[in-house]
Design a protein around this ligand. Structure first.
Ligand code: ATP
Ligand code: PRP
Length: 205
């Protein structure tokens, strides 16, 4: 049995057509059910659908053999015990620093609101910029507007969310897209099966 962890939400919508092309289908009745472990068209493959931040956790501990998650989430998690195998080039965006203006970044200690605590810390540490990180779980764009922080570290695609809140993208941290990850032990014990799937997914990109 092979278990694949998929991120629910935005990534799932772009993952399903890719998997279908690779030969793995999940019936709508399964997708629309309240089940969390879903059957597929293949007897030896099951899919679990979890929050995107939980995908590397399931894969790291071997509760899922493979998974699909955003690079943002993998960077934040640290991604130990798993191999990042393929860039799927879906859910593409950028991790950026944004603020009301560049002047707002000129601080002795920069107050940064973000859910990407580790990536933000690493970025400002590399720049030798002292910072205070304020952890948020969503609506980061609000923080500089209401004076909670000087800037944010968040994902940017079209830039519409920043613009709607009077913020501008200022510094690029990472290019983000979704990646196929594999548990390091599963990669050895289920090597043939996993390699077949990697090729099938690669060929359907
Ligand atoms: P949750 O709902 O579990 O809190 P979330 O709101 O971060 O998670 P999504 O918004 O579905 O979940 O984002 C999931 C992933 O999609 C992110 O981790 C990132 O890799 C990618 N992503 C997020 N926002 C964008 C965007 N605007 N454009 C493209 N990709 C994005
Ligand atoms: C993401 C991200 C930004 C927005 C950027 O949020 O957190 O707020 O997309 O995209 P844009 O540059 O195209 O506007 P999402 O839409 O996933 O909402 P959420 O954070 O509330 O889940």
């Amino acid at each position: 049995m092979l278990t694949i962890a998929l991120s629910k939400g935005r990534i799932l919508q772009q993952t399903l057509p890719l998997l279908k092309k690779a030969g793995l289908e999940i019936a709508d009745t399964e997708l629309n059910s309240r089940k969390l472990i879903l059957d597929t068209n293949l007897k030896d493959v099951k899919v679990i659908i979890v929050r995107t931040t939980d995908v590397p956790v399931f894969v790291q501990h071997g509760a899922a053999d493979m998974g699909i998650a955003g690079k943002d989430v993998l960077l934040e998690h640290g991604a130990s015990n798993l191999f990042e195998i393929l860039d799927l080039n879906i859910a593409k965006c950028k991790l950026m620093v944004a603020a009301k203006s560049a002047e707002h970044l000129q601080q002795n200690t920069l107050k940064v609101a973000t859910k990407y605590v580790n990536s933000a810390k690493r970025y400002f540490q590399e720049k030798s910029q002292p910072c205070e990180i304020i952890k948020l779980y969503g609506a980061m764009e609000l923080a500089p507007v209401v004076g909670l922080s000087h800037c944010i570290v968040d994902l940017v695609d079209t830039g519409n969310t920043l613009k709607a809140n009077g913020l501008i993208p200022l510094e690029h941290i990472e290019d983000i897209s979704s990646r196929l990850v594999v548990n390091s032990a599963s990669f050895k014990t289920k090597n043939a099966q996993i390699k077949t799937w990697i090729s099938a997914i690669e060929n359907s990109l």
